[in-house]
Design a protein around this ligand. Structure first.
Ligand SMILES: Cc1ncc(COP(=O)(O)O)c(C=O)c1O
Length: 197
């Protein structure tokens, strides 16, 4: 199951239902560098069948014996790597279970605020804003979405990209930073309004 973002929904009782059934998956992948806010390059794969992972990943050479299941070099594609697990450990240790739930809930609440403020600015919200993503467009001016997102990025107020949703040009906002506030939402929507040609 690709849970790069979505797996973290399980941290909150308010959003857990959105990924119901994930317990049945044989494997999950997720990122620390998304919702957990660790530095880049921090992904994890969690598999119900460690022997299968070992069979695929273990490397044997005359000078390298395959290690046991769970030996670090035999469960991942790389041999040498930095200690990225420490950053994940530190984030989880400092946030705790409640802190991760709070982070998820706060980002989802700010995504809903984005949707409300964009609607008030004349945008149509194309997705169901159930998590931290908002996909929006200006009806009749859809072709302006790439330009609007480029202008806001160039101004430095916020970073988001253009997308296409069911054939319609749109902007796509994803709220995932632990420092994002309501004030940032107000400022970003003001920058979006100002960027409309
Ligand atoms: C659902 C999903 N899967 C995978 C990826 C890619 O993840 P990575 O940063 O590990 O390349 C993303 C990135 O946005 C994503 O949202």
């Amino acid at each position: 199951m690709d849970g790069a973002f979505g797996l973290w929904a399980a941290a909150s009782p308010r959003t857990r239902h959105l990924i119901s059934g994930y317990e049945a998956a044989d494997s999950w992948v997720s990122d620390g560098h998304k919702w957990l806010n660790t530095p880049y390059d921090c992904g994890f794969a969690i598999c119900r069948w460690p022997q299968a992972v070992h069979a695929v990943m273990a490397t044997v050479a005359p000078y390298l014996k395959a290690g046991e299941v769970a030996a670090p070099k035999d469960m991942v594609p790389e041999f040498s790597r930095s200690a990225r697990g420490i950053e994940v450990w530190a984030a989880l240790r400092s946030l705790g279970r409640g802190g991760v739930a709070d982070l998820v809930e706060r980002c989802c609440r700010l995504a809903r605020l984005f949707a409300d403020e964009l609607r008030a600015a004349g945008f149509e919200i194309l997705n169901d804003v159930v998590l931290n993503q908002v996909v929006a467009t200006l009806p009749g001016r859809e072709e302006q979405m790439p330009e609007i997102s480029a202008r806001v990025r160039a101004g430095g107020e916020a970073w988001f990209g253009p997308t296409r949703w069911r054939g319609v040009d749109a902007i796509r906002l994803s709220v995932s930073s632990w420092v994002t506030t309501e004030e940032d939402v107000h400022r970003t929507v003001a920058a979006i309004r100002a960027a409309i040609p």
